[in-house]
Design a protein around this ligand. Structure first.
Ligand SMILES: [Ca+2]
Ligand SMILES: [Ca+2]
Length: 358
């Protein structure tokens, strides 16, 4: 009887607390989930890992060039470069650009099978023509091992990862087991990575949807990796979508590389890609890099409420009530509705044409 009394009175207390919690949560509906992109990116010099396919498209070379110019200006520290596809000269081409800009010892990690495998019009030519000390991609360590080693040495919550290619390495990193003193990959990423800037996706309409009609190679070439990385990633993701910086955006750069010295590896990458003179090309990877270092600045805005509902076939919808910490970049428009493409191109050209630091 006494036990029953004690039980029933504590049951009443539990009911009371439960009721209070319920009425409190009813009185204060949850705020729509959002992330503060301006606080997350561009506030301090980024400690950045550049993860690139450096093979099919020349904008990866342009983006690595401007990343070095940003490093010359003290805006970013490039802590590693990783390649996400198997082209044997992708890593060497990255090493060429690092060496040209006076940073020959930036750690490079390259993808190991299974990983995407594309041809390249420029990676081999760039690697053949310029000094560097990485003969073949497989002479570099596995990108996943480089991620683990470099991340483990960084202050907690300090690292920016920008992927401008496949998500192959990130998916593998997340499932690495604990090793030595290091935690498993998921825990390591959660500890060290402030933000992942992911170039890819078409964010069309509101709420945004991607039916893949505009293409989206960064997602579709290694669908399993993309699905695993995006759906499991434990820290904020900001997407630089194709409609704001890739082919559908109309924003271009590259032709003005004809103004830099002829022995500039980024100029040579664009020349080999076009089979002659350097020409204008979309700026997907260049814009993603500038955002990763400088943040929104005057150039972009962000949709930071909601998150991506990604399907296994790589179509997606943006769920305004989604609770993952995600955002995507938006073009800025003037009062007449004209996009600021000229301003974005001017910033890119200024960085592309800046001579390396002597
Ligand atoms: Ca080197
Ligand atoms: Ca790329």
């Amino acid at each position: 009887m006494r036990n029953w009394k004690r039980w029933s009175s504590s049951f009443a207390v539990v009911l009371l607390i439960g009721g209070l919690q319920a009425s409190l949560s009813m009185a204060q509906p949850a705020e729509p989930p959002s992330i503060d992109v301006a606080a997350l990116v561009g506030k301090q010099p980024a400690r950045l890992i550049y993860d690139t396919d450096m093979d099919s498209d020349c904008d990866d070379a342009g983006a690595l060039g401007i990343l070095h110019t940003l490093a010359d200006r003290g805006e970013v520290e490039i802590i590693a470069v990783t390649t996400s596809a198997l082209h044997p000269k992708a890593g060497p081409a990255a090493d060429v650009i690092n060496t040209y800009y006076g940073r020959p010892n930036i750690p490079i990690g390259t993808a190991r099978p299974p990983a995407p495998d594309y041809p390249s019009r420029y990676a081999g030519g760039v690697a053949d023509r310029f000094p560097h000390d990485l003969p073949e991609g497989t002479d570099a360590p596995d990108a996943v091992a480089v991620y683990r080693e470099i991340l483990s040495k960084q202050p907690d919550g300090s690292v920016t990862i920008v992927t401008v290619g496949d998500m192959t390495n990130l998916a593998k990193l997340l499932v690495t087991p604990a090793a030595g003193d290091g935690p498993d990959g998921m825990t390591l990423v959660k500890q060290k990575v402030k933000v992942w800037v992911c170039m890819g996706g078409n964010f069309i309409g509101k709420p945004a949807k991607d039916d893949l009609k505009l293409g989206n190679n960064n997602f579709t070439v290694d669908k399993k990796a993309t699905y695993a990385a995006i759906t499991q990633w434990p820290t904020p993701i900001v997407f630089a979508g194709r409609e704001m910086c890739s082919v559908p955006s109309g924003v271009v750069a590259g032709a003005r590389l004809n103004e830099v010295p002829a022995d500039h590896p980024v100029r040579v990458a664009y020349e080999l890609y076009f089979g002659g003179q350097a020409k204008d090309r979309h700026v997907a990877d260049l814009a993603a890099v500038i955002f990763s270092v400088r943040g929104l600045g005057d150039l972009w805005e962000a949709e930071s409420v909601g998150s991506m509902d990604l399907n296994e076939d790589m179509t997606f919808t943006w769920n305004p009530a989604g609770t993952r910490t995600m955002a995507y970049l938006l073009k800025k428009f003037d009062e007449k509705g004209k996009p600021n493409d000229d301003a974005v191109e001017a910033v890119i050209n200024e960085l592309l044409l800046q001579p390396r630091r002597e």
